[in-house]
Design a protein around this ligand. Structure first.
Ligand code: 6PG
Length: 466
């Protein structure tokens, strides 16, 4: 007797694919899963089925045609594979086997431009394509991620029940999955999510470096733990407390981890997008470069011989001032991140809803935080963090504390890539007259690039015989 057709399919049983498959099956959907049986992966599907034998609504396949035939039409297939050229290879074999009106969801961290291209390709073959950012790592995928789907709204409506049922819930019990906007917009906002994530991580790393000058891992953990009980609370702060406390034998595991940060590219994509759109995204770039610098370990070791041994901090660190600086820098990070999405939304006519975006980022994802809940409310009225009264007050009040934190870094030779970037950005954004008049003069001097004048309308351009 043939089995009843599945309501949904998952292509790829890697860590994220397996976790999300279990999540979907647990919600009661009849599910087909596929993984290739290539060398080294022969047992992936069988293993997955036997590990989850209590779920009798899953069918497993290593044959693509059988997998596709096992799914009810219009077929809904979530592909969970490594972002990059593999997605194109998979689409090339998948699309010819599908029928008009079927839906493919790419749940990986694909670049939004690739998603736009794939969306158009699939569309030209009568297939609906959704690029869905999914955040929350393995645990999120299993227990409730934040999901950011972009594509045609009609396609989304056909898969919304499944996606919304597996997502995390916000504070009001609403699902952390919502239709984001057309074509690559879902993957664009996931990319910016990751950029914000890079900065949030880097800020904590900079604080750890500063505080370590006079505090133990446990002492830092206590401070972070206290912050995490109030308005600064976030998932990344919470896990950092656990990381600081983790021991291996009589040592802290953190002290045994090599100081070379990896990356898979989404942080640099955010920075590139900001360059392309012509918008200052200084903190994300600083966070990406800080990771790159860390990877030059050999050079760092060699060069460190040139420098006098570091001083340890004698004076106790002013924790209140550091806390205020952290609050300040996080606000600037979110201001820059949301501003980037805003410009993309205008440029590509995506009509993004920032209150909704903050809401679906309030749980399930890596950058979930108390601040995100506040932003969900604030974005109902304001379009930019700089227009939010609550934010403005915090920034103005914390400026002098931020200076103190940066000064501490200067004194003790601790780099503050992101804290300094937030300060410079804030100073420039609150300064009427910058030195860009000199840049304009230089451009005009050597290249006749022209300049505008303060005593003439901005629409007029001048050139001087220097
Ligand atoms: C998430 C994460 C996840 C991953 C990123 C960043 O939202 O679940 O953002 O997607 O952490 O790919 O990874 P890298 O730090 O390796 O670039």
């Amino acid at each position: 007797m043939s089995k009843e057709k599945s309501e949904f399919g998952v292509f790829g049983l890697g860590v994220m694919g397996s976790s999300i498959s279990i999540n979907i099956a647990e919600k009661g959907y009849r599910l087909s899963v596929f993984n290739r049986a290539d060398a080294g992966e022969e047992e992936v599907v069988n293993q997955f089925l036997s590990d989850n034998s209590h779920l009798d609504n899953i069918q497993g396949f290593t044959d693509l045609k059988s997998f596709i035939e096992s799914i009810d039409r219009p077929r809904k297939i979530l592909i969970m594979i490594k972002a990059g050229p593999t997605v194109d290879l998979v689409l090339n074999i998948l699309i010819p086997l599908l029928s008009e009106g079927d839906i493919i969801i790419d749940g990986g961290n694909s670049h939004y431009m690739n998603t736009k291209r794939r969306f158009e390709l699939a569309e030209s073959k009568g297939i609906n394509f959704i690029g869905a950012g999914i955040s929350g790592g393995e645990e999120g995928a299993r227990k409730g991620p934040s999901i950011m789907p972009g594509g045609k709204r009609e396609s989304y409506n056909l898969v919304s029940d499944v996606l919304e049922s597996i997502a995390a819930l916000d504070d009001f019990g609403k699902t952390c999955c919502t239709y984001v906007g057309p074509e690559g917009s879902g993957h664009f906002i996931k990319m910016v999510h990751n950029g914000i994530e890079y900065v949030e991580m880097q800020l904590l790393a900079e604080l750890y470096a500063l505080m370590s000058k006079s505090m133990s891992n446990e002492e830092i953990a206590v401070v972070f733990e206290n912050w995490n009980k109030g308005p600064l609370s976030s998932y990344l702060l919470e896990i950092t407390v656990q990381i600081l406390r983790k021991t291996e034998g009589d040592k802290y595991l953190l002290d045994l981890i090599l100081d070379k940060a990896g990356n898979k590219g989404t942080g640099s994509w955010s920075s590139k997008a900001a360059f392309d759109l012509g918008i200052p995204n200084t903190m994300m770039s600083a966070a990406v470069f800080a990771r790159y610098i860390s990877s030059f370990k050999d050079t760092r070791i060699k060069m460190s011989d040139l420098i006098e041994p570091e001083q340890s901090m004698t004076k106790d660190i002013n924790l209140k001032s550091v806390e205020n600086s952290y609050k300040f820098a996080r606000l600037i990070n979110h201001q820059q991140g949301f501003r980037l999405m805003q410009l993309a939304s205008q440029t590509y006519e995506w009509n993004l809803n920032f209150s909704d975006i903050a809401r679906i980022w309030s749980n399930g994802c890596i950058i979930k935080s108390h601040l995100m809940n506040q932003l969900h409310n604030e974005f109902k009225e304001a379009q930019d963090l700089f227009d939010m009264t609550l934010v403005k007050g915090d920034l103005i009040n914390a400026e002098s504390d931020l200076c103190e934190t940066i000064k501490l870094g200067l004194k003790y030779r601790v780099s503050t890539h992101c804290f300094s970037a937030s300060y410079n950005y804030w100073v420039d954004m609150t300064t009427k007259n910058l030195s860009a008049n000199l840049i304009q003069a230089q451009r005009d001097f050597f290249g006749a690039h022209t300049f505008q004048r303060v005593d003439a309308p901005e629409s007029e351009f001048f050139h001087s015989k220097w």
